[in-house]
Design a protein around this ligand. Sequence first.
Ligand code: ZN
Ligand code: ZN
Length: 91
Amino acid sequence: MSGFRIWDNNSSDEEQEEFECLDCGCTTSEADFESVDDEMNQQRPRCPDCQSSHRISRATCECGEPATHEVDSGFVCDDCHDHYVSGYNRD
Ligand SMILES: [Zn+2]
Ligand SMILES: [Zn+2]
């Protein structure tokens, strides 16, 4: 008989360390990054959304404008993103 195991109730499979996002204050963990092509920075934890916009906000498009999108080839501004997208659609 073991009547002492009340704390085992909400245990998940693995211990998941949780972090508070620096930007929006929400709770995030490594698990949130499994669905995105990104990794958590435990020194400066951000949720996937904020980390991505933070990274973009510090980047510059190759044309010199501030970047607003992240694409496979790097960071692009709105204008270049339009070209980038339409370049794919055009055949
Ligand atoms: Zn956030
Ligand atoms: Zn550009």
